[in-house]
Ligand binder design. Structure first.
Ligand SMILES: [Zn+2]
Ligand SMILES: [Zn+2]
Length: 681
């Protein structure tokens, strides 16, 4: 079943799940939750009768000015050919250029302006009319005589000198959606296969260097060097020379120089056009290597003058401590209202963003087509995740967003192979059997899956926290994303729009819920892990797991061994009396200042060390002493000017059952991290 939403609902779709900063979604999203009206419209649309002529026909697209390049003008000819039932007088053929992200709106009024579109047919007696109905949506009306089977309408999009702008995000299969109301009753349906074009990245504009955040002395690690264009699109073509400044005790793994040098040195590597803007450089850490390693690099050559400079995220080398994995567990692909096909989205996560894990989580019932009604689309996500999952190196996960406009949005991520029948079931937010959180959770009981409430404090819809999240299905919550932070009104960085007082994550903790914290991009740009390049806020999760597997990540999240950042890969090592972040700590002992299960760790001592890409302004302690009262900022350590490493050791006894404590590490540039709380019981 393929559905094309009515214009009104589609307009909502375009603005619903992206931040205002995106520029496209300036239309006002009403400041109210819940949205019963949206659910009613979606359900009514499902019930509308479609005639055999609706959605009939085929279409093709051809580029008239060369391939589509992200954010650049082009011109395309779309040919629609009527199906067996034709299109009646009064019927319409709709061109919905992808409403995501930045394609020009097709218009037939101003030949000089962007998006100018001409409409023609050779069918004798058929009179066409055209009207721009909404963002990126043009309706072509059939008059005079019906368009008979096989007869064509030729639509030239970008026919004027200005052309039409392509999507600012590069992607394969950007669709020119064709909807047909064949009988003229006002109800339309998408044709079976709308034509698509590939949108290529623009010129390289930035070099990104990523290394793991943690390693042991003597380890081999990979440095991932990737070029992106101005919008963060990956794999732009460029050739040049990459000069890497390797710190002392870091060696290049190759046949000639296998050992790490005593002093800093520069190595030069050739970047060929075939490398598609990406080099993976294996490095070896010396057996004595300790401390913090940051690799600087500069790309010289055809790409730019005087070259792109970059510094990697910090790598903390230590024989102790769990490995930190970076994950982005919420991403929308072009299957709903995002960019890129699922396979490319996962490939970007690994090859460009150098993440350890990523999930594709398209909307169940939102966007141009609905996954809950089309098993083949949902299958594409499941298959991509299974194909890209490589235990030990990269964890690819499939999921979907339970896009509930009454209870709040939650994404569901599966941690088992999708060939398992249970994981294959998509429990839709529009399905009355699963439209309440407890029904969703009951449906997931026997499945290795987790749910994550997101943008929970406010826009586009706040979470109804009256349903207590079960620890085995919702141990952590997404505290920050492109929508901003939902932690508290005083959260660092951007706070979600239209936040409801009393509905922040901290308020949920004050209800007694034990939730760890992750960040996810909730990205719609096809750039997992790097959404903050194009948005004031992003979101990534640091997951403390030595195992780079679905099981390892699932186990760490269940134990709340995770923390969130709004983009930067900040390393945080924190413990309370030797307990890791996310732990349940016996309160009776904590109250007396006598906890301390690990030898050598002073009792009731909070130990924090932060190492960040940017300058750290301060480390803040947010806590609640016991079961009553509200959590609040209760302490802070100011860090030295220019310091990118900062530590805090403080005695904090006196916690009672129901108390909690978490940390915020705040960079001077607004980058921030939130640790999962320590809970006292
Ligand atoms: Zn959402
Ligand atoms: Zn989302």
């Amino acid at each position: 079943m393929r559905r094309l939403l009515l214009a009104g609902v589609l307009a909502l779709a375009a603005g619903a799940c992206v931040p205002r900063s995106d520029g496209l979604s300036e239309q006002d999203w009403p400041d109210r939750s819940p949205r019963h009206d949206v659910v009613e419209e979606l359900r009514a649309d499902l019930l509308r009768a479609r005639s055999a002529a609706d959605g009939g026909g085929t279409a093709t697209v051809a580029a008239l000015r060369g391939p589509a390049v992200a954010g650049s003008p082009g011109s395309w000819r779309i040919v629609y050919r009527a199906g067996p039932a034709g299109v009646a007088v009064g019927g319409t053929v709709h061109l919905q250029v992808s409403p995501f992200w930045g394609w020009s709106t097709p218009q037939t009024e101003r030949p000089e302006a962007l998006g100018y579109t001409t409409i023609e047919t050779a069918a004798a007696g058929v009179e066409l009319s055209a009207e721009t109905l909404d963002q990126q949506l043009l309706a072509v009306g059939v008059g005079g005589r019906p368009l008979a089977a096989g007869q064509e309408i030729v639509i030239t999009y970008g026919a004027g000198p200005a052309g039409a702008l392509a999507d600012r995000y590069a992607e394969r299969e950007s669709r020119f959606w064709i909807g047909v109301d064949g009988d003229g009753d006002g109800v339309r349906e998408l044709i079976g296969e709308s034509p698509a074009v590939d949108v290529l990245p623009g010129q390289p504009a930035r070099l990104l260097l990523h290394v793991p955040s943690t390693a042991r002395p003597g380890d081999r690690v990979e440095l991932n060097a990737a070029l992106v264009d101005a919008a963060g699109n990956g794999w732009p073509a460029a050739a040049g020379t990459l000069d890497l400044r390797l710190p002392a005790r870091v060696g290049l793994v190759d046949s000639r120089a296998d050992s790490a040098a005593e002093r800093e040195r520069i190595v030069s590597l050739a970047l060929a056009v075939e490398d598609r803007g990406r080099l993976v450089v294996p490095l070896r850490l010396s057996a004595e290597a300790g401390g913090v390693i940051r690799v600087r690099g500069r790309l010289m050559g055809a790409a730019a003058e005087p070259g792109f400079e970059a510094e990697s995220n910090p790598l903390v080398v230590s024989p102790a401590g769990r490995r930190i994995l970076w994950a982005d567990l919420q991403n929308h692909s072009g299957l709903s209202d995002g960019s890129a096909i699922p396979d490319d989205l996962l490939r970007y996560a690994r090859e460009v963003a150098a993440l350890d894990a990523a999930a594709v989580t398209d909307h169940d019932h939102w966007g141009m087509r609905f996954m809950d009604g089309e098993p083949s689309i949902w299958r594409r996500t499941l298959d991509a995740a299974d194909a890209r999952n490589e235990p030990g190196r990269f964890v690819a996960l499939a999921g979907y967003e339970w896009t509930n406009w009454v209870e709040g949005h939650r994404h569901v991520v599966f941690f088992e192979p999708s060939s398992g029948t249970a994981a294959g079931l998509l429990r839709s937010s529009i399905d009355e059997r699963y439209d309440e959180p407890r029904e969703l959770w009951a449906g997931l009981e026997d499945v290795r899956a987790l749910t994550f409430a997101h943008h929970s404090a406010g826009a586009p819809i706040a979470t109804d926290w009256s349903s207590p999240p079960p620890a085995e299905l919702e141990p952590v919550t997404e505290i920050v994303s492109v929508h901003g932070a939902s932690e508290a009104a005083d959260a660092p960085g951007t706070v979600v729009r239209n936040a409801l007082a009393g509905n922040f994550v901290r308020d949920a903790l004050d209800r007694g819920y034990r939730l760890g914290f992750v960040g996810s991009s909730d990205g719609h740009d096809g750039h997992p892990g790097l959404a903050h390049l194009a948005s004031p806020s992003g979101g990534v999760a640091a997951i403390l797991s030595d195992e780079v597997t679905r099981e390892g990540i699932y186990g760490a999240l269940l134990a709340r061994r995770a923390y969130a950042t709004n983009g930067p890969r900040i390393v945080i090592r924190a413990s309370y009396a030797g307990w890791p972040i996310g732990a349940d700590i016996p309160a009776a002992a904590a109250a007396a200042g006598t906890v301390g299960p690990i030898a050598g760790v002073p009792e009731a001592t909070l130990v924090v060390r932060a190492v960040a890409p940017g300058e750290i302004a301060r480390i803040e302690v947010v806590s609640r002493q016991g079961a009553s009262g509200k959590g609040a900022l209760t302490g802070e350590a100011l860090c030295g000017e220019g310091e990118r490493e900062c530590s805090l050791t403080v005695q904090l006894p006196g916690f009672q059952a129901g108390g909690y404590l978490y940390l915020r590490v705040i960079q001077r540039d607004g980058g921030a991290a939130w640790t999962s709380p320590f809970f006292f019981e």
